[in-house]
Ligand binder design. Structure first.
Ligand SMILES: NC(=O)c1ccc[n+]([C@@H]2O[C@H](COP(=O)([O-])OP(=O)(O)OC[C@H]3O[C@@H](n4cnc5c(N)ncnc54)[C@H](OP(=O)(O)O)[C@@H]3O)[C@@H](O)[C@H]2O)c1
Length: 392
């Protein structure tokens, strides 16, 4: 039997990270935890370390280390980007589950891809920001990028065994989020609580807000471009509120091949870890005969301008997607902190995209990181001039 594969879980205390640990715990003969990495939640990280006994854990900053408490004997602690790179590239690690929020893991994940590790990618922002460099590193390393996002996992499964030239287009499905039937104006006073109330998936705060603006779906279009090497005009989006059909691929003979399943992240996480095998996951099954109706409708682009912004960034290429991603991240954080209105998120992103100047293609990752830093600064400046919303 093959030895258990070492998984470094970046973002282990988050929603995807916890789902991944649940899968790993079910299959101790197939997987072992080679590292756990979190931002600042030292208490949960340390509880996870006591359960999974990894050789090393990583926190974003040393100042959080004092809250780690008791760790199993032999578990080392490392910090920051350097620590994350060390654990992602270590000989103990075969698979890196990239599920840390934001883009701070970009260099460690690229280094791991170049070192030949399999990248099980949840963190779509990394591809949005620096797709060219991450895909290039994975090609050079040979370990591959396996999608964890349910939509991209669905597409990955629907294109297996097919020829690329036979694909007409990809259709990414979207639940539509909590504001599916509202106009842009009606979303103006949406509260944080409402924005976090995703109808079908339980996720971290940032991606829940991105799902409510549909920026998440826009980012998924860019993610799909990089993963499946298709231009944005061959990637469509359909609203499917039931979140059962996770995405579809249309072929030139008119056939549509889709992947269906209950909305449970353990399924795509498990597949990204175990590919090409499928894990005998004992989860509630999808019962098609119990489905009353499956609805598919085009997105309302007027009410959800984030989608058009993401398509425009995808078409423009260069540092445009990195700029959009940075602006959005700063604006979502400001919304979650009660600093701006829900509809201001897209306003900030629009302002940054309007100011974005087409330059040459980014030659190095440093160019992308510079564009990211500048966009964050500018977004912060724009937000500081916005009127704080009244408390409802
Ligand atoms: N949730 C989903 O179902 C889902 C589906 C598809 C894709 N994704 C993508 O997966 C990623 C994670 O989403 P999530 O919902 O799991 O987010 P989440 O629940 O907010 O968790 C984020 C994780 O990242 C960690 N983190 C934050 N800053 C960090 C840093 N500087 N260094 C290392 N770790 C850091 C957090 O640690 P602390 O707890 O210590 O802050 C936490 O473990 C996102 O890119 C999202 O778009 C998520």
């Amino acid at each position: 039997m093959r030895p258990a594969r070492g998984v470094a879980v970046l973002g282990s205390t988050g929603s995807v990270g916890r789902n991944a640990l649940d899968v790993i715990a079910r299959f101790p003969d197939r997987f072992r935890v080679s590292a756990l990495c979190a931002g600042k939640n030292a208490e949960e990280l340390s509880a996870q370390a006591r359960r999974f006994r990894p050789p090393v854990v990583c926190l974003s900053e040393e100042r959080h280390g004092s809250r780690l408490g008791r760790l199993p004997r032999g578990t080392r602690v490392v910090f920051g980007e350097e620590g994350m790179s060390e654990v992602a590239c270590s000989g103990e690690t075969d698979i890196v589950l990239a599920a840390a929020a934001g883009v701070t893991s970009i260099r460690p994940v690229i280094a791991a891809a170049r070192a030949g590790k399999r990248i099980a990618l949840a963190n779509k922002e990394l591809l949005v920001m620096a797709g060219k460099f991450l895909v290039g590193a994975a090609r050079a390393g040979g370990g591959g990028i396996l999608p964890v996002d349910s939509e991209h996992s669905a597409v990955f499964q629907a294109i297996e065994g097919h020829r690329k030239q036979d694909i007409s287009r990809i259709i990414l499905t979207a639940s539509g989020g909590p504001f599916r039937n509202r106009t842009f104006r009606q979303m103006r006073n949406a509260t944080v609580g409402e924005a976090l109330g995703h109808p079908t998936w339980r996720m971290g705060a940032k991606i829940s807000v991105d799902s409510a603006t549909l920026m998440n779906k826009g980012f998924e279009v860019i993610e799909a471009m990089w993963l499946f090497d298709l231009p944005p005009d061959r990637i469509d989006v359909l609203i499917h509120p039931q979140s059962i059909v996770h995405s579809m691929v249309e072929y030139r003979d008119g056939s549509l091949i889709a992947q269906l399943g209950v909305p449970d992240m353990r399924i795509p996480v498990g597949y990204a870890l175990s590919y090409p095998e499928r894990l005998p996951l004992e989860l509630p099954r999808l019962l098609p005969h119990r489905m009353v109706s499956w609805v598919f409708e085009p997105p309302d682009r007027k009410s959800f301008p984030a989608l058009a912004l993401a398509y425009a960034a995808a078409e423009a290429g260069g540092t445009a997607p990195a700029t959009l991603n940075a602006a959005n991240e700063v604006a979502v954080a400001a919304f979650l902190a009660g600093r701006i209105r829900f509809t201001d998120i897209v306003r900030v992103a629009e302002a940054l995209m309007a100011a974005w100047r087409r330059g040459g293609r980014p030659a190095t990752l440093k160019d992308v990181l510079r564009a990211d830093a500048e966009a964050r600064e500018e977004a912060t400046r724009i937000i500081s001039r916005m009127r704080r919303p009244h408390k409802p």
